[in-house]
Design a binder for this molecule. Sequence first.
Ligand code: HEC
Ligand code: HEC
Length: 338
Amino acid sequence: MSASRVFSRTLVSMAVATAAAFSGAAHAQFDQMYAPVAPPKSIDLGKVELGKKLYFDPRLSKSGFISCNSCHNLSMGGTDNIKTSIGDKWQQGPINSPTVLNSSLNLAQFWDGRAPDLKAQAGGPIANPGEMAFSHTLAIDMLASIPAYVREFKLVFGKDKPDIDQVTEAIAEFEKTLVTPNSKFDQYLLGHKEALNKDELAGYKLFNESGCVACHNGPNLGGNSFQKMGVVEAYKGNKEGVEGRSAVSGKAIDRFNFKVPTLRNVELTYPYFHDGASDTLAQAVDVMGRLQLGKTFTKQENAQVVAFLKTLTGEQPIFRLPILPPSSDSTPRPTPFK
Ligand code: HEC
Ligand code: HEC
C-alpha cells in the first residue's frame, strides 16, 4: 500500500474518531485544520507586470489566439468553465483545467503533480501541441522581435535577450499574486464567528465530521496531497490514459490518485473533477460523500455543505488589463489554420 493511501486512510479514520470524540462539542476544534489565505509576500513587481503581459499574450500560441487566460480566465475563477479544455485547432483536451487562483499554495502543479512548482509548470502549455502548440524557440523569437518586450525583459532581468527561463519566472511571479484572501470562511477563521450563517455553519460541521477535512485541509482546503478518486466506491470517470499520479511515480498503486483540488473559489470553478463530469456543486458533494466516505447526504445536508463551500469564495485579484506591445514588422505572424 502506498504511503499516500495509508496517509489517506489514517487521516479519514482520525477525522472520524475526532468527530466522535467531540460530538456534541463545538466544531471549533477543527478550525486549526485550516488557515486563511494570506496576501502574497515579497513579490518582484517588475516580474509581476511582465508576467501579467505574458499571461494575457495570445502570441505565445501558434494560432495567435490562445493565451493562458483562454483556459484560466481570470474573469471566471481562473478556469474555462468547460469539461475539458479546448486547445489549438479546437482540439478537445484530455482533462479539466484547474484554477490558477491560489495555485501557489499547492504542493505541486497539475492533477498528477508532474510539475514541482509554477515556474516548471509555465513552460508546459506553450509547447504542448494540444494547447498553445508553439515551441519555446518560436516563443522567444516572437518576443525578441518586439522592441518593447526586449526593453522590458532587460529592465527586469538585466540580460540582453529574453529566454524561456525568464518567461516562466515572470509568469510564475504573476501567478503568485493570484490569491483570494478575505472569504467569509477566512473571516470566520480570523475570529469573526458571525461571518458564517446557520446553514453555512451546519455545512462546515458536516464537512468536518463526515471526514471531508481528511483530504481537504490546510490553507487551500486541498492541494497538499494526492488521494485516490474512489476510495469506497470506484469512480466511473476513471479511465485509461488519464490515471493520475501513477503517470509520475510509475507505481500501479497510485493509479487514479489525483492531487486533491483546492476548494477555494469552488463556487466559480465548475464543472468539477478531473474529467469535469459534475456540473454542479450539489452533484460533486454527493459524489464525494458516497465515493470517498461511503456517506449519502440528505438533500438538506447536501445543501448545507454546498452553502459552506460557497463561503470559500475570496476576493478576486483586481488589476488593469495589460496593454500588450504591438508586433513589429519582423514579428512572425500567427498560423491559426495550419
Ligand atoms: C488550452 C488550454 C490551456 C492553456 C492555453 C493553458 N492551460 Fe494551464 N492547464 C490546462 C489544463 C487542462 C491543465 C491541467 C492539466 C493536467 O493536470 O494534466 C492546466 C494546468 C495548469 C496549472 C496547474 C494548476 C494546478 O492546480 O494543478 C497551472 C498553474 C496552469 N495550468 C497555468 C497555465 C499558464 C501559466 C498558461 C500559459 C503559459 C496555461 N496554463 C495555459 C489548460 C490550459
Ligand atoms: C480521500 C480523500 C478525499 C475525501 C475524504 C474527500 N475528497 Fe473531495 N476530492 C478528493 C480528490 C482526490 C478530488 C479530485 C478527484 C478527481 O477529480 O478525480 C476531490 C474533488 C472534490 C471536489 C471537486 C473540486 C474540483 O475543483 O473539481 C469537491 C467539490 C470536493 N472534492 C468536495 C468534497 C467534500 C464535500 C467531501 C466530503 C463529503 C470530500 N470532498 C471528501 C479527495 C477527497
